[in-house]
Ligand binder design. Structure first.
Ligand SMILES: Cc1cc2nc3c(=O)[nH]c(=O)nc-3n(C[C@H](O)[C@H](O)[C@H](O)COP(=O)(O)OP(=O)(O)OC[C@H]3O[C@@H](n4cnc5c(N)ncnc54)[C@H](O)[C@@H]3O)c2cc1C
Length: 416
């Protein structure tokens, strides 16, 4: 049996490793758009930028993995009828089973001044190397987008003494965690000296001279609220775009990610599975609706499951059931989330340490808890992970917490 994996990053690598561990002895072809062997992305906005980790430390161990690497060769098309993946070098890869793990790329912005030198995005190792090289000579860094990557880069740049302006069109940073915690994130960045501009997106970028000059460098930005910001380096942290172009016209259901059932099998073709950021998969916490998560742990879990499931017939395949888990490190705060906080309609504080820097908040939709956000409370996660296997009622979660006693402090149970 010939297994082809498109996307040679975390999910793709874990799929190949799992298939071999499950005893697959046939060919595995690993198609990667990037020229590199797989590497891990979380340090790109944290340790690598802070200077506490080197480039080679982000490599994911591939050990003696027996695969045919087709690196630097993006898949450009797919014919599910003849079971062939077309490659950018004109070649093809024939498969019996295909795992799609082509993930996302950074969302670009093509407004005035986007072409100026000193304007960055951050998704790949090259992006991180270029941004890191720019920091020592950066006086003022402007970050557009106060999502996770924007906030992490703000914290990393502040740790190196760079002046940072962080702007977002939203009313608070880290939008998926809801407005109730927003004031906390805003205060955290301001307390670390970040000039936080909320309700203001990017309008245009300008150089000191002629913006059309081929090596003109960014010097300031105009935001949508009319204000201007001096900046010699700009990071556009505007979210991500799915790498699905090569799948258009193939008949695969895209919602816009690759629509799968709980076994990560494409809703259209049992010979095709998807894993990681590109997969849209039914989740119990979403009432069985398909959700897509861009989290490291989910991509790794998906990859492992897809690698095993691809060797089986559809009816034999296992379902992915564990709730999404996410972490983000900013300054001295470890932010962790379980489940689907973005689906909540309100947030309630359920544990708070006496000094206030540690907390757990329940993300509630109707009467059910669909997610949890913890700040610097890592040892509380095991308890909450058990509770979140299916969406509990908020009252049930509070009862379980009262019985367990909590350990951060008194359960609060008040709206934030
Ligand atoms: C800077 C940064 C920091 C992060 N920090 C965290 C964190 O702290 N915690 C957390 O939980 N998550 C974090 N994440 C998210 C996490 O890294 C992703 O969820 C994870 O990388 C997803 O893995 P993946 O294999 O599904 O996709 P990707 O890592 O996006 O890999 C997809 C691969 O497919 C390749 N590809 C694209 N198109 C094609 C094609 N046509 N043919 C062949 N190959 C193709 C791409 O080049 C890429 O190498 C971070 C992400 C970034 C960018």
């Amino acid at each position: 049996m010939r297994l082809v994996i498109a996307g040679a990053s975390l999910a793709g690598l874990r799929a190949a490793q799992a298939a071999r561990r499950a005893g697959h002895e046939g060919t595995i072809v690993m198609i990667g758009a990037e020229p590199h062997l797989p590497y891990t992305r979380p340090p790109l906005s944290k340790e690598l930028l802070q200077g506490s980790q080197e480039i080679e430390d982000s490599a994911l161990p591939v050990d003696e993995l027996d695969v045919q690497w087709r690196l630097g060769t993006p898949a450009t098309g797919l014919d599910p009828t003849s079971k062939r993946v077309r490659l950018a070098d004109g070649g093809e890869a024939e498969y019996d089973r295909l795992i799609i793990a082509t993930g996302c790329r950074a969302r670009s912005w093509n407004g005035p001044g986007a072409q100026l030198a000193g304007v960055h995005t951050l998704r790949t190792l090259e992006d991180a190397i270029t941004l890191r090289a720019a920091l020592p000579t950066t006086r003022r860094l402007l970050i557009i987008g106060a999502g996770f990557i924007g906030c992490e880069v703000a914290a990393s740049a502040r740790s190196r003494g760079v002046e940072v302006t962080l702007a977002d069109i939203a009313a608070h940073p880290l939008l998926p965690f809801g407005p109730a915690l927003g004031e906390r994130w805003a205060r955290m960045h301001r307390d670390h000296g970040v000039d936080l501009r909320l309700g203001a997106g990017i309008e245009s970028l300008h150089s000191d001279g002629h913006d059309q000059h081929h090596d003109a460098r960014v010097a300031r930005a105009t935001l949508t609220d009319g204000s201007t910001v001096e900046a010699d380096t700009v990071l556009l942290a505007l979210g991500s775009v799915l790498n699905t172009e090569w799948l258009t016209g193939t008949g695969l259901e895209l919602d816009p990610a690759v629509a799968c059932d709980a076994t990560l099998t494409s809703s259209h073709d049992p010979n095709i599975l998807a894993a990681g950021d590109i997969a849209s998969v039914p989740a119990a916490l979403a009432g069985g609706a398909r959700v897509r998560v861009e989290h490291w742990t989910t991509a790794a879990e998906h990859g492992q499951l897809a690698g095993r499931n691809a060797l089986l017939e559809h009816h034999e395949r296992a379902a992915h059931t564990s709730p999404p888990y996410f972490w983000s490190d900013q300054y001295d705060a470890k932010i962790q989330a379980l489940g689907c906080p973005a689906l909540a309609d309100r947030t309630e504080l359920i544990e708070l340490s006496p000094t206030g820097e540690k907390l757990v908040a329940a993300c509630v939709r109707g009467r059910h808890v669909v997610g949890l956000v913890a700040v610097s409370a890592a040892r509380r996660l095991a308890f909450y992970r058990r509770q979140l296997q299916a969406p509990p009622l908020l009252a049930e979660l509070k009862a379980a917490l009262a019985q367990e006693g909590g350990s951060l402090g008194e359960p609060v149970g008040a709206a934030i």
